[in-house]
Design a protein around this ligand. Structure first.
Ligand code: ATR
Length: 295
């Protein structure tokens, strides 16, 4: 009993994630763990908001002085109309996942971009001047693509089952970044010359598609010179894509660290303070242990 009285006081700030559905969200575990580690006086919860209540919910949250909100499906695009400003990466992607309270209203950010960047950097890999093959062009794909361009990749090849979506993303990025960007159909990836890094943002390997890989040819990794493979999926912990890539000698990383680091990035924005790499890694280790034992 005393723990809750110590933790939640009149001074305690409330942060939250809004979405629909949202009760399954892992974000409260991440942020409440961070609150415990840093000793900051806040709690973090999850609030289900129906689409027709979004505007009222965000305006109400502002009036209540809620300093930060994460936004998830289906509100990431619709919320943009209610904000006083939107940072560049979120504008390029056309989706917001983090709101920060300011005197003029909430400002929108997209921390998925920062999260996937931290995940890859903390693994000791640099994307600068590398050729990146991005699989998928949905929400997660947009974040991975902006991250690759932001990090200064030499070339970005976007492969998607629906090639028109890959082309649209390539056109959008070309208006903001100088690197070379190509779009190809997923069925044509065997024709690319080579790539140093693969980022998978498709859902192939997840849910009903567990056991499948977006790359069926196991020789692909050696033939194309692939050094590193990131898969945004973390259930299962090691997808078929990561298994095959690892067997072919590439370094691999699943999407759990992206999930944790997008939350770290949100807190950095809310509290105007950087978290050290050491702290980020400690947090990721603690949470991955918790996730694998409990979820
Ligand atoms: P998220 O927000 O998680 O990125 P999404 O926006 O629904 O989810 O995107 C899912 C991605 O997985 C898309 O790139 C999708 O390809 P399409 O744009 O052609 O739909 C890709 N995807 C899903 N199932 C796939 C499959 N069986 N083969 C290839 N790509 C698939």
């Amino acid at each position: 009993m005393s723990d809750i009285f110590d933790k939640v006081k009149g001074t305690t700030d409330v942060f939250t994630v809004i979405g629909c559905p949202v009760k399954h969200s892992f974000s409260p575990v991440i942020h409440n763990t961070m609150s415990e580690i840093t000793g900051r006086d806040f709690i973090y919860t999850a609030m289900e908001v129906q689409p027709d209540c979004l505007q009222g919910a965000v305006k109400g949250a502002y009036c209540l002085g809620i300093k930060g909100i994460n936004v998830t499906v289906p509100h990431k695009v619709a919320v943009m109309d209610i904000l006083c400003d939107i940072e560049k990466r979120a504008r390029v992607i056309g989706a917001v996942n983090t709101l920060k309270y300011t005197d003029d209203g909430y400002v929108g950010y997209n921390t998925d971009v920062i999260g996937v960047g931290y995940a890859i950097k903390n693994k000791g890999y640099s994307i600068k001047d590398k050729t990146v093959l991005l699989l998928g062009a949905g929400g997660a794909g947009n974040a991975c693509a902006v991250m690759a361009c932001d990090e200064g990749c030499k070339k970005l090849i976007i492969a998607n089952r629906t090639v028109e979506k890959a082309k649209r993303l390539a056109r959008n990025l070309a208006a903001h970044y100088d690197c070379s960007i190509e779009a190809v159909a997923m069925s044509d990836i065997s024709e690319i010359d080579g790539c140093d890094i693969i980022l998978n943002s498709t859902t192939v390997g997840f849910g009903d598609q567990k056991g499948s890989s977006p790359i069926e040819d196991k020789n692909f990794y050696k033939e194309k010179g692939v050094e590193f493979v990131f898969d945004a999926i973390y259930t299962p912990w090691e997808t078929q894509l990561l298994k095959d890539a690892s067997e072919a000698g590439a370094e691999t990383l699943n999407g759990f660290s992206m999930l944790v680091y997008q939350a770290v990035a949100a807190e950095e924005i809310w509290f105007d303070e950087k978290y050290s790499r050491d702290m980020q890694e400690k947090l990721c280790k603690k949470l991955s242990k918790y996730y694998r034992e409990n979820c």
